[in-house]
Write a protein that binds this ligand. Structure first.
Ligand code: M6R
Length: 364
């Protein structure tokens, strides 16, 4: 059932190009984004005043990414919240708030409770869910499925990837309907989306290089992930992926926060993975990389091919191909997933079933 792969996680990483295609292709028709399941008229989309994205774990990380995209493209204010926080904090859901619950399993206890809380307060709830017919899918007002197929490995990869695509589609749809994207801009985004599966495939095929690199860090004590903007969201996911399956302590920081405390943790040889895919933030990131490097860190950079300056501040660089600035998470996460995977198997951990974790967290 692992289809010739050694682990479910590796198999599922390799299913990402298909998960991307299956999630977007039924929703692009004649150059427009058509999300029938949304059940919202253009008038209703125009009336959205605020979006709250509520989820746990990696699904929450897709929400952090989407905040940048929905705000950047559609100019709608977005709040992202952890379901376990949202449900107990007496959230303000004024008229015009759309609540989006993101969940692979559709059974996560806190996410389901958050959904019920939002509905009880009169908000419209959209579920972005992978498991068809799951509790969240059934109870949400509307459900947009991520067509990633069954995911077995505890560490999510393809469902995360498909969630991102669903959220990009929503942002594009909302931006277009609200007049923030013209036809040419929408066409360019769709074009870039269609290229993602082949680009992901290409990055996956780079796995030997990452395995070699990962093998140098099997005994690491701490690993840090840093980024700004969308790259901060990618760092959150890269860090979680590594720690949950390798049991190495890792943390993600918004790069600008380093000097407010974290930088004191950097020692000779500490690995810092810097994600820099946002051109307007390259310079700021490079200065953060120099700051950690001068304190002894070994800096791994994940960046775009055209970023020629990066080598000045990085010890090792992984390049991702060109895509729209809002889609970079879909590419930059691939080497970070592979890194977590290879560190985990290199350390002899049970990569598909890490200790203390369950695939779906149905208790609080
Ligand atoms: O099924 P869900 O998407 O609601 O699950 C949310 C989290 O439990 C999940 O993403 C978890 O963080 C994964 N182990 C991450 O790889």
């Amino acid at each position: 059932e692992k289809g010739g792969y050694e682990h479910f996680m590796l198999k599922e990483m390799y299913e990402q190009p298909k998960a991307i295609t299956d999630t977007f292709s039924p929703r692009i028709k004649e150059g427009k984004i058509v999300i029938d399941e949304l059940n919202m008229s253009d008038e209703e989309i125009k009336a959205i005043k605020k979006i709250m994205i509520v989820a746990c774990g990696s699904a929450y990380h897709t929400g952090v990414t989407s905040k940048y995209i929905l705000e950047g493209l559609a100019r709608i204010p977005v709040e992202v919240d952890l379901a376990s926080e949202f449900r107990y904090r007496d959230p303000l859901l004024e008229e015009g708030t759309l609540v989006i619950i993101v969940s692979q399993s559709g059974e996560t206890a806190d996410s389901l409770a958050a959904l019920r809380e939002a509905k009880a307060r009169g908000a419209k709830v959209l579920g972005i869910v992978n498991v068809v017919g799951s509790s969240i899918a059934r109870e949400a007002d509307n459900v947009m499925y991520t067509w990633a197929g069954p995911e077995i490995a505890v560490a999510t990869t393809k469902a995360y990837t498909a969630q991102l695509i669903a959220e990009y589609l929503l942002a594009m749809k909302f931006a277009y309907v609200r007049g923030k994207l013209n036809d040419a801009e929408l066409a360019a985004l769709i074009d870039d989306m269609r290229k993602l599966p082949a680009q992901v495939e290409m990055l996956l095929n780079n796995k030997q290089k990452i395995q070699k690199f990962a093998n140098r860090y099997l005994a690491a004590k701490d690993i840090f992930f840093i980024g700004r903007g969308i790259d901060y969201a990618i760092s959150l996911e890269g860090s979680l992926k590594l720690k949950e399956i390798s049991y190495i302590h890792s943390e993600a920081y918004a790069a600008g926060e380093l000097k407010h405390g974290t930088i004191s943790l950097i020692e000779e040889g500490t690995l810092v993975a810097a994600v820099l895919t946002q051109e307007e933030l390259y310079k700021k990131m490079i200065s953060n990389m120099v700051e950690v490097k001068t304190r002894g860190a070994f800096v791994l950079a994940v960046t775009n091919t055209e970023n020629t300056e990066v080598e000045k501040a990085a010890d090792y660089v992984i390049y991702i191909p060109k895509t729209n600035k809002y889609f970079t998470n879909s590419l930059a996460i691939i080497p970070l997933q592979l890194f977590g995977y290879y560190v985990s198997i290199g350390r002899g951990c049970d990569v598909d079933k890490p200790r203390n974790l369950a695939k779906s967290v149905t208790v609080e």
